[in-house]
Design a protein around this ligand. Structure first.
Ligand SMILES: [Zn+2]
Length: 290
């Protein structure tokens, strides 16, 4: 996993240089590439944190002083942060290269499609201001389960739409939503407002399980990156119960998995384990119109 790898290999090290090889990679850093490089050189990385699709490395002026600022990364669809021998050849997709004062492994931000970006977040060690609006994900220490259950049950959409709403819970995409709903034995079109508190808690527990297993299997906590750049689904693909398995037997009861159209995508479910709720149709239409 990206965050843990960074924590293990980058924390405690001092950035020697930050070389911007492609200005687009720092386009959100308003003061420009030269300012980005100057701001980070000489700072020591003190941690590696994540929220939704963002990662950030709190940085301090010197080791004993507390981190105030941060290096923020959004990996986009194809971005990667790779550590390796500083002498290895520079691939054409490397956008930013960080060297460290210890001359150990360097850190390279590679991004084939340049959708990702890096920024220097002044004062952003605890939480970069530009991502403060993003909801915590269920594996983050700051995740307030009771509050999220309350907000989930006040939504006027289907539970699947609510799960995908990044302002409510971050990190859940189409794949993980379908897998979590299957585990919680809930149909995707169930109106969020009709969930009991216990069912909502069961669903969040299932979400946490699915995200945790994906991380443990070396995947990411967010499934847009779960399919790698070659278009192959990762290790976790082998353990998917419903997603992408239309017509195949449900691992729990053997009933063929069903695929329904869902907001220009698909929703996979087991018709036996996840019976469609009555009166759900009206909510489908609401979802499509939003
Ligand atoms: Zn089933």
């Amino acid at each position: 996993m990206v965050r843990q790898g960074l924590e293990r290999h980058v924390v405690g090290r001092t950035i020697g240089s930050a070389q911007v090889l492609h200005p687009r990679a720092v386009r959100r850093h308003a003061a420009g590439p030269a300012d980005f490089s100057a701001a980070l050189s000489g700072l020591t990385v003190t941690g590696a944190r994540r929220r939704g699709k963002y990662l950030w490395l709190p940085v301090a002026a010197s080791a004993p002083s507390p981190a105030e600022d941060a290096l923020l990364a959004h990996l986009g669809m194809s971005g990667q942060l790779l550590l390796g021998d500083p002498g290895r050849p520079l691939s054409p997709h490397v956008r930013v290269r960080f060297t460290f004062t210890d001359s150990g492994p360097d850190l390279r931000f590679t991004d084939q499609r340049t959708f990702g970006h890096l920024a220097f977040a002044a004062g952003g060690a605890a939480l970069p201001p530009m991502i403060a609006h993003i909801a915590p994900d269920p594996l983050e220490p700051g995740f307030d389960e009771a509050a999220v259950i309350g907000r989930l049950r006040s939504r006027r959409t289907s539970i699947k739409s609510a799960l995908l709403d990044q302002s409510l819970i971050s990190g859940v995409g189409n794949i993980y939503a379908d897998e979590a709903l299957w585990r919680a034995r809930l149909h995707w079109a169930t109106p969020a407002a009709s969930l009991s508190r216990a069912a909502a808690a069961r669903l969040l527990a299932a979400v946490r399980e699915v995200l945790g297993e994906a991380l443990a299997a070396g995947g990411t906590s967010f499934d847009s990156l779960y399919v790698n750049v070659n278009g192959e689904s990762g290790y976790f693909g082998r353990s998917l119960a419903v997603y992408g398995r239309e017509g195949e037997p449900c691992p729990r009861c053997g009933t063929p998995i069903r695929r329904d159209p869902f907001m220009n995508r698909s929703a996979y479910s087991c018709p036996a384990c996840q019976p469609r709720p009555r009166r759900a149709r009206r909510h489908d239409h609401q979802d499509r119109s939003t």
